[in-house]
Design a protein around this ligand. Sequence first.
Ligand code: 4AD
Ligand code: MG
Length: 447
Amino acid sequence: MNKRIAIRQMSAHVEQEVTLEGWLYTKTDKGRLQFLQVRDGTGICQAVVFKKNVSSEAFDHARKLTQESSLRVTGTVKADARAPGTPGGYELDVTDMEVVQIADEYPIQPKEHGVEFLIRNRHLWIRSARQWAVLRVRATVIRAIRDWLDDNGFLNVDTPILTPNAAEGTTTLFEIDFHGEPAYLAQTGQLYNEANIFAFGKVYCFGPTFRAEKSKTRRHLQEFWMVEPEIAFCDLNGLMEIEEQFVSYIVQRCLAENAEELKVLERNISSLERVAPSFPRIHYDEAVALLNRAAAAGESVPGYEDKVPHIEWGDDFGSPHETYIAAQFDKPVFVHHYPTQVKAFYMEPEPDRPQVCRSVDLLAPEGYGEISGGSERMAEVDKLTAGIKAHGLPMASYDWYIDLRRYGTVAHSGFGLGLERTVAWICGAAHLREVIAFPRILGSMRP
Ligand code: 4AD
Ligand code: MG
């Protein structure tokens, strides 16, 4: 009985006879030689079936294989493959093969398909090399997020998905019926995190998040994943220090663990290699000045047709603004102290200048825009109730949240990092729908 191994383990089995189980990715028929590209989920390997080395039955099977047929293939692992297309550099000299199923004609061909077609066939598209690579990087990002937080004193406390109130504005709520009472799918776990820090000091929640965004852009999903660390006794500066270490660690783990995947993605990694603390920090005022100088000079935004649009002080940035700002730096950049009027009700206003608040967004390079948003939180009862009123929110649903300011309140801060935005940036993916296995975007939730 031959040893069954994964393609990723082939380097440890050179010159040994092994069995791989997988699917036919592509095939080149050279008559007496069949070159099979076999994938098994861990990688792709070239299996060479030479007529004189196998039974006539096995050779017959090899010839009949269609794209995505499932199979078992046995042979000797060879290093230093002659075929330059062999990823990983190992090939299998086939001695036997068994067909599990001859697949029907597969709808996704190696040629180009429109993205609408691919999304409709997402259950099959995830088998393609690029999609495979992206979803493996995503898994690394998730591991890195958990490892860094777990190793740095944060406790994972899960927060509810069914919630009675809004936390990030009322325009993106998904309303559901909670036995006759309206409830909403969580836009954030933050408010509960704020309760949890008073029990545990430093916490994080990490889970699915829902926003009924009315716009269909490459940066917005209806359902996405967000990790939200929250820290007691921490101000805005302390928060930025944590964020830059955290984000740098995530990027460096991907470079270390996903070299093969990033190669499949043809990702230019030089800008990722520079991601290390500290990150540049600019005040919202400076960002506005920078943008309006560029607008006045008629500068264009990298990757966009348009010129840099003028911005009024007090407005939130659009994607072209974020892209232009990020392009001025060679690392992700923090923009802090946004106008209070464009941010959520819970952000601490600057005492000497309440028109701005202690908020910070992290903008990724290369047009990926805001990957995280965070702030110092209002720590006093009066300020908080004023904030809730100013946003027209129902005071009664926030009673427990206000309570947190009554029993040992402290300066505290937190942020939310969007998983898909982060993965898209690391992978160089054009659209967030490619970096989650089954995306939910405006007007599409199938499959
Ligand atoms: O800036 P946001 O809305 O912040 C919060 O929800 C805070 N409560 C977080 C906190 O302080 N604990 O969202 C945080 C991040 C954004 O920077 C972005 O990366 C991502 O979540 N995000 C989205 N990702 C995909 N699709 C959407 N519709 C997203 N909306 C936000
Ligand atoms: Mg935000």
